[in-house]
Design a binder for this molecule. Structure first.
Ligand SMILES: *Cc1c(COP(=O)(O)O)cnc(C)c1O
Length: 335
């Protein structure tokens, strides 16, 4: 069964626990416009939410925790590095909604890692360090931890299903579209980090439901274009099934890949990323971190400067602000 998927306030028929009580700001970057002498520059402030300094994972967590509650879970498990935004925001959101939370970090149990992971404990999560293991071993450890909990009579839910998480950004695309109409803004180009694909696929799907008002620019911060596209296509197809609505196939949609800001790879900073952090801090008083938002803003600034965003451009600030405080030494020769 397909339905027409008309845009409205509740575009996604799935269990959801509220974490955001209002739309995040769509901010016109007036000082940046002046500095670059380019009009029509916006930022969607997904780093501005009530919980834990915000971030894209909270939109996904509305649906992950919704699924957990619907399954009758009492404990959520989440895995990531000590600096992981996903872990930190899961710990905060789980606590607010009355779930126990277990955070599993790949990495050694060192004083530095404990310091980086501090906020997870602050939010009441149980934190475990798994040592230096790869992503596959980490996933196996999560599954093991879940079955240990189940054996003790608990009801665990593992956070991270990409299709469920992507629903948060289907909603975000509708939210941005509504704000653009309310503000009568001219806004064609939307920038997002290209990473695991959850956020990006959701936004692309939401945009497709709306008839593609936006051109979407993905700035790779992790994978090759081929790998990123494969991830997106997998999640996008999952969304088509979950949502049961008729949207065009991914390859027909206005999605642009920017590979030239990745540098040496994931979590390796670049000169352009450092410049973007300094520029946004000093021109707009906005904080970016190195892994995701700095490279994305570097691409946004570059295209704006070259006059490619005449029809209006918006970068989605996906958050991660707290991780900046574990990145002091990522700047070269600043102090
Ligand atoms: C996780 C994260 C991303 C990437 O989101 P994906 O859905 O994994 O692609 C981008 N920005 C920030 C700040 C994040 O924490």
């Amino acid at each position: 069964m397909t339905h027409s998927c008309l845009p409205d306030l509740h575009p996604v028929p799935a269990p959801r626990l509220p974490l955001l009580s209002q739309p995040t700001p769509l901010q016109r970057l007036v000082h940046l416009e002046q500095a670059l002498d380019r009009p029509g520059l916006y930022m969607k402030r997904d780093d501005h939410m009530e919980l834990a300094m915000g971030g894209n994972k909270l939109r996904s967590l509305e649906f992950w925790l919704g699924a957990a509650r619907a399954e009758g879970a009492d404990t959520v498990l989440v895995a990531g590095g000590p600096m992981s935004n996903l872990c930190r925001l899961t710990a905060a959101a789980a606590s607010v909604h009355g779930f126990d939370c277990v955070v599993l970090h790949n990495g050694e149990d060192s004083p530095a890692h404990r310091a980086t992971s501090f906020l997870n404990r602050l939010f009441g999560a149980q934190v475990r360090f798994l040592g230096a293991i790869d992503e596959r071993q980490r996933q196996a450890a999560v599954v093991q931890a879940a079955s240990d909990l189940a054996a003790r009579g608990r009801r665990p839910y593992i956070v991270g299903d990409a299709v469920v998480g992507a629903l948060g950004y289907v909603v975000a695309a509708h939210e941005l579209h509504r704000q653009v109409r309310e503000q009568a803004a001219a806004l064609r180009h939307v920038f997002l980090p290209g990473s695991m694909g959850t956020t990006e696929a959701g936004f692309i799907f939401g945009n497709a439901m709306l008839g593609c008002p936006f051109d979407i620019h993905l700035v790779s911060v992790e994978y090759s274009q081929m790998e990123l596209a494969a991830r997106l296509s997998h999640i996008y197809d999952g969304l088509r099934q979950a949502m049961g609505c008729a949207v065009p196939p991914l390859h027909e949609l206005p999605v642009h890949y920017h590979m030239e800001f990745l540098g040496d790879g994931y979590a390796r900073t670049t000169a352009a990323a450092q410049q973007a952090i300094l520029r946004l801090a000093r021109v707009e008083g906005i904080l970016l971190e190195h892994v995701y938002t700095a490279k994305t803003c570097a691409a946004f600034l570059d295209l704006a400067q070259r006059g490619a965003l005449e029809q209006g451009g918006c970068v989605i600030h996906t958050g991660g602000t707290a991780s900046l405080f574990a990145q002091f030494d990522w700047f070269e020769a600043m102090w």
